[in-house]
Design a protein around this ligand. Structure first.
Ligand SMILES: [Zn+2]
Length: 374
């Protein structure tokens, strides 16, 4: 009789101070045993040899766009950037608003093998490809957002606002930000604020952010960054962090800078989550895929276990999920290998960094069910 459903033999897990080798057993949806490799005879219906492979708590990508162009959005296909690429949960951020959520649910979310969660755009029709959305008054409808939240409470995890000039009202660039704040307070949901072209500037928007809110594109470069002209982390950014505002990468096409990242890391600014901002343009282009974005953090000198923490355990509370490799916890795991070689990584301003390792996903366990990567 089998004691466990599945055993992954000889897999490296960051435990006991290093990447040590373990046998990881699964029973039903949960991790049933983690034992030093070969130290116990673990019986199971299925035993797979994962020697040389690494296990991370299941990856979560907190910044993606999943409503494709054919439905009016700017998204990529959930299918292509989910389980097949090691990602065990996707957060769709603001491509969809209260008026377009039902369509998104029907066409994308309900068909996805990868669990999808959603931040509703403060604008009723979300981010649309055909119309950027400047100077569209009356796009906010908090009552309509409330109705969507009531219908899908397990899916809607917050509110997204693209706080960039081209999405704001020219006469009152802070209008939609104030409305997002109002919606967040009324619906008891966190905000995710995209920073882009000013106005609004960080000076305008940081005071509106509270504990649990997320500032995405935190290591962008351009007309405003989290650094002051002297290259130090801005005081108001440090204050926001101290009061519990979360910071998120959101790599995308124009939102990730190696120099900003390196300066932030050097100053001990380490409290952030790593996300891809994959959408129709970033998928074939700069961000490529989630593992590629993660590998860039190895290239700037971050340790593998620190990178893994920022795309799993640290991201999980935003969605109310658990990501921890421990007995009794959900068996949601990303299995990957490290490829050695001579690689060049680029940011969004054509800055390159050499790297010697690349993260390649091989499989995921989603609550105990095994899916192999493409
Ligand atoms: Zn985005």
């Amino acid at each position: 009789m089998s004691e466990h459903d599945l055993v992954l033999k000889g897999i490296k897990i960051f435990r006991q101070g290093g990447w040590n080798t373990f046998d990881l057993a699964v029973m039903g949806r949960n991790i049933s045993r983690i034992a030093p490799a070969g130290s116990e005879k673990l019986e199971a219906k299925k035993i797979l040899d994962f020697s040389g492979r690494y296990a991370s708590p299941g990856w979560i990508d907190l910044h993606t766009h999943l409503l494709p162009l054919r439905y009016g959005g700017i998204g990529t296909h959930a299918e292509k950037i989910g389980l097949k690429t090691g990602v065990t949960a996707l957060l769709e951020v603001g491509t969809v608003g209260a008026d377009t959520f039902d369509k998104f649910y029907e066409k994308v979310l309900s068909k996805s093998a990868t669990p999808i969660y959603c931040l509703l755009n403060i604008k009723r029709r979300g981010i649309r490809f055909w119309k950027v959305g400047r100077d569209e008054p009356g796009e906010d409808n908090i009552g309509a957002m409330e109705a969507v939240l009531k219908k899908y409470p397990a899916i809607i995890k917050g509110i997204k606002i693209t706080a960039s000039k081209e999405h704001m009202l020219s006469k009152d660039p802070l209008y939609y930000l104030r409305r997002a704040r109002e919606a967040g307070d009324r619906l008891k949901l966190p905000l995710m604020v995209h920073i882009g072209q000013t106005p609004p500037s960080l000076t305008d928007l940081l005071p509106l952010l509270k504990a649990g809110d997320i500032l995405t594109h935190c290591f962008r470069n351009g007309d405003h960054t989290i650094l002051n002209p002297a290259g130090k982390i801005r005081q108001d950014v440090l204050e926001a962090k101290a009061r519990g505002v979360r910071f998120d990468i959101g790599h995308g096409v124009k939102s990730f800078s190696f120099p900003v990242t390196e300066k932030a890391l050097a100053q001990g600014f380490l409290d952030f989550t790593i996300s891809s901002d994959l959408y129709m343009f970033s998928t074939p282009y700069r961000a490529k895929n989630f593992a590629h974005v993660l590998s860039k953090f190895l290239a700037v000198g971050m340790k593998l276990e620190e990178v893994m923490l920022r795309c799993s355990t640290k991201a999980a509370p935003v969605l109310g999920l658990e990501r921890e490799l421990a007995e009794g916890k959900p068996a949601t795991v990303t299995v990957f290998r490290l490829e050695s070689g001579s690689f060049r990584f680029s940011d969004c301003w054509n800055q390159e960094r050499p790297g010697t390792q690349r993260i390649i996903p091989e499989a995921v366990l989603l609550e105990g069910r095994l899916h192999l990567s493409a």
